[in-house]
Design a protein around this ligand. Structure first.
Ligand SMILES: Nc1ncnc2c1ncn2[C@@H]1O[C@H](COP(=O)(O)OP(=O)(O)OP(=O)(O)O)[C@@H](O)[C@H]1O
Length: 322
């Protein structure tokens, strides 16, 4: 069950925004659509929501073919980056709105709204206007409003994208906890790999209208299917013709079996990290290699700018042929 996406293609003029997308989103999970800007994530979410119609393909939500159903009949909750609240209505009335137009009994609506406000920790702000809330509180209200109709799926398009880094971090922890409580099938769009790795049960990497890989955060991190996935999930560097993560490189001051060796040509300290650049002496692979170690390691190894060092992948490190 969950969401079944079969053979979805979407063109805007000659441009192919989605190219034969096939994807099963498991019921009750938190799934991230991750990829660079313009890759097609929002378009896919909008097609699932019914806000955009695909040229070909089929969408099933919880076993029901919704391909030709209008958005309001699909029973989806949707939250955008910039949430359009009713400015003249209180937070409570905004949350109640979807229930009022469904003509539910008043006492049921009141009880449901209080339950939702508690869930998103906004009980004490219920009588305020949306303009009197912070950005993070507004997005929580948007989630409460989307959840009010008890959707079969919750679709979130960069819900925290417009917020500053600290609030984003808080809200992503909060979303994870909220999801653990309500278990509604949730799909959220993000271009932030850390957000996806931290929050999602399953990550779908999308690039240029195609799915690059689907897996758990660990699957993707430990076993990237392509150079694109490896490099999208964090910084990478080239070591002897292969791509590797800079902190997966072993560095030694002493001559040893190594993939590359050369002098340390840059040294940058950022907090607890030391980022080094080593320029290999090998004329076949002369481009500088980035290496990241902790300050403690750098001190223990007695490393300095200009030292000649030997580099090789750490045991178990993931590498991909470049
Ligand atoms: N209504 C439209 N008309 C024409 N082109 C569109 C339309 N909507 C999206 N596109 C194009 O389709 C491509 C995919 O857009 P989409 O918004 O799905 O990407 P995205 O991965 O969500 O990126 P972002 O994170 O920047 O929103 C982009 O190149 C975009 O310019």
């Amino acid at each position: 069950m969950g969401i079944e996406i079969t053979g979805i293609t979407k063109r805007f003029g000659d441009f192919v925004a989605l190219d034969d997308i096939n994807l099963s989103v498991p019921s009750g999970q938190l799934t991230a659509l991750l990829g660079p800007s313009g890759g097609g994530k929002s378009t896919l979410l909008r097609v699932v929501a019914g806000l955009e119609s695909a040229d070909t393909g089929r969408i099933e939500i919880e076993g029901i073919d919704t391909t030709d159903l209008p958005a309001q009949k699909r029973n989806v909750g949707f939250v955008f980056q910039h949430y359009a609240a009713f400015k003249h209505l209180s937070v409570r009335r905004n949350v109640a709105f979807g229930l009022e137009i469904r003509k539910q009994p008043k006492d049921q609506i009141t009880a449901k709204v209080e339950e939702l406000l508690e869930l998103v920790h906004l009980t004490q702000w219920g009588d305020r206007l949306p303009s009197q809330l912070s950005g993070g509180q507004r997005q929580r209200m948007a989630l409460a409003r989307a959840l009010a109709i008890e959707p079969s799926v919750l679709l979130l398009d960069e819900p925290f994208g417009a917020l500053d880094a600290k609030v984003r971090k808080e809200l992503r922890d909060w979303l994870r906890r909220l999801h653990d409580e309500v278990h509604v099938t949730t799909v959220f769009v993000t271009h932030d790999q850390e957000e996806a790795l931290e929050v999602a049960d399953t990550i779908v990497v999308i690039n240029e209208g195609r799915i690059e890989q689907v897996g758990t955060p660990d699957d993707l991190y430990d076993d990237p299917a392509s150079e694109f996935v490896l490099s999208f999930l964090g910084p990478v560097t080239r070591l002897g013709g292969r791509l590797i993560r800079p902190h997966d490189i072993e560095i030694s001051r002493y001559e040893q079996a190594a993939t590359a060796d050369g002098p340390i040509t840059r040294w940058t300290r950022i907090g607890f990290e030391v980022r080094l650049e080593v320029t290999p002496t090998d004329p076949l692979h002369p481009e500088p290699v980035q290496v990241v170690i902790t300050r403690t390691e750098a001190n223990a190894l007695g490393l300095h700018l200009g030292d000649h060092v030997w580099l090789r992948p750490q045991v178990g490190a993931q590498t991909v042929r470049a």
